[in-house]
Design a protein around this ligand. Structure first.
Ligand SMILES: [Zn+2]
Length: 479
């Protein structure tokens, strides 16, 4: 052939291209570190100087654990699998629901009802069969956290509860694993690489842990409101993609001496020196606000806290305390179940409430109804109220109610004045999405003296619109 390319070069290229077919594994006694299929598959990232052959080999030998196969875990898993991370562990106890699909991109309509880990394994195997998937079809608890996390090199926290965040971070400190932590809610997200480098507790050169950044959990009531759960797919997707990127960077930056698995009770001095020499990036908190300009901000984080309960010299979190169950993460983060602080007389079931409405709609003698129509206050945010609402209900969002200060002097809020004008013999029925905010509202109304010293009844519609849909009106939209 006279196309200008020497035959020996051409033969070598053809030989390399045929690797994947299993026809040629060696040429002239040379063995390539990756298969022909791998050269082809990862070619576009192999030629990146940030990766190169050495980086690809580290990815191939690495194992990453993804805790939570939801809005964060799905895109993270897809990109890590695509990049050729050798082993991916997946932890999740949940099944795929149709309301997951707008953001959890590994799952699909046909997989509704399937476990999320099974669905993710199917997807990853379809994307890249070089990747070994290890499904952990369970929730992460103090009892299993160390056992699962110890099997992996890098951990991604893709969960959405404070209790699991503290547990995963504590476990990563104890096992000396770098942790890529992200969260997303509504239009915003956060990202941090924690415990990097993963030095033992008490070593000031180690990266800060989750407790260093957030020594105290957020108030439980702020975590469980009916307003929560709103999220835009690309927002959480962005954070998950960034988690995968940070994980790739952590793996590629790992020196080969660090590849050897670490024993819990054994500190390798040589390895420590290696880590000391290596300078990890200063820790940052990346904030993503998708409706702001600019959308990204980065905050420099301080190093480990001298008094951190997990990673300082005076740490109280130990393997023993974790294993013994003496660390109650749910308790630490506050009880997150419904508020339930109301008297039975302050609550009504959705069935009784429906009867009340039916009575008021039923005309009796002289065209007058049996009862006055109940005053129904829907305390969901306006955007939810606009989606669907009970006929005749009035919208006062809980965010407005909770921000009204009962002790403030001066003119009260307009909505308070309007409620006061309602005749005292008419009860106020409070409803929300799930029945939490409505209970808080009843308490708040008492503080605002809207019960007029007990002369007006303020009643929580138990279980909210979810219960209404489940027990009264199957056609009421579920969202
Ligand atoms: Zn710490």
């Amino acid at each position: 052939m006279n196309d200008g390319v020497p035959d020996d070069v051409k033969n070598e290229i053809f030989a390399a291209l045929r690797f994947g077919d299993g026809e040629v594994e060696r040429k002239g006694g040379r063995e390539w570190p990756l298969s022909g299929d791998e050269y082809r598959r990862y070619g576009r990232q192999l030629i990146m100087p940030e990766v190169g052959l050495a980086g690809q080999m580290k990815l191939k030998n690495a194992s990453v654990l993804i805790v939570g196969v939801g809005g964060l875990g799905c895109p993270a898993a897809a990109y890590l699998a695509g990049a050729g991370v050798g082993t991916i562990g997946l932890v999740d106890a949940d099944d795929v629901e149709v309301s997951n699909l707008h953001r959890q991109i590994l799952h699909g309509t046909a997989k509704v009802g399937m476990s999320k880990v099974e669905s993710a394994v199917l997807y990853i195997n379809g994307l890249n069969d070089e990747v070994q998937c290890i499904p952990h079809h369970e929730r992460i608890f103090p009892e299993n956290a160390l056992g699962i996390i110890s099997q992996y090199d890098v951990v991604l926290d893709c969960t959405d509860t404070p209790a699991s965040r503290y547990l995963i971070s504590d476990s990563c400190v104890l096992l000396r694993k770098p942790l890529v932590s992200a969260s997303a809610l509504r239009t915003e997200g956060q990202l941090m690489v924690l415990n990097n480098p993963p030095r033992p507790a008490g070593d000031v050169h180690g990266g800060p842990c989750y407790r260093c950044i957030f020594p105290k959990p957020p108030p439980a009531a702020s975590v469980v409101t009916c307003g929560e759960g709103g999220i835009l797919g690309p927002v959480v997707g962005t954070m998950g993609v960034l988690q995968s990127l940070e994980a790739l960077k952590v793996i590629i930056a790992t020196s080969s001496e660090e590849d050897t698995p670490m024993e819990l009770d054994e500190i390798d001095a040589q390895q420590q020196q290696q880590q000391q020499r290596k300078k990890a990036d200063p820790p940052n908190l990346l904030l993503f606000s998708s409706f702001s300009k600019p959308m990204f901000r980065s905050i420099r984080l301080r190093s480990r806290r001298a008094d951190c309960a997990a990673c300082s010299a005076q740490a109280s979190v130990t393997v023993e305390s974790l294993n013994s169950g003496s660390l109650d993460y749910v308790q630490f983060c506050g009880v997150s179940s419904p508020v339930a602080a109301l008297q039975p007389s302050e609550r009504i079931s959705v069935k009784s409430f429906a009867q009340l409405i039916a009575d008021s709609e039923q005309e009796v003698h002289f065209g007058r109804p049996l009862a006055a129509p109940p005053v129904v206050l829907d305390v969901r945010e306006k955007v939810q109220f606009d989606l669907c609402s009970l006929k005749g209900s009035i919208n006062i969002p809980y965010s407005v109610i909770s921000s009204t200060d009962p002790s403030a002097t001066g003119p009260s809020a307009t909505w308070v004045d309007e409620l006061r004008r309602i005749p005292l013999d008419q009860a106020l029925y409070i409803i929300c999405r799930l029945g939490n905010d409505s209970q808080l509202t009843v308490k708040r109304f008492r503080e605002l003296a809207l019960d007029e010293g007990g002369r007006r009844r303020i009643v929580d519609v138990a279980g909210g619109l979810k219960a209404w849909r489940d027990k009264v009106d199957r056609d009421f939209p579920e969202y």
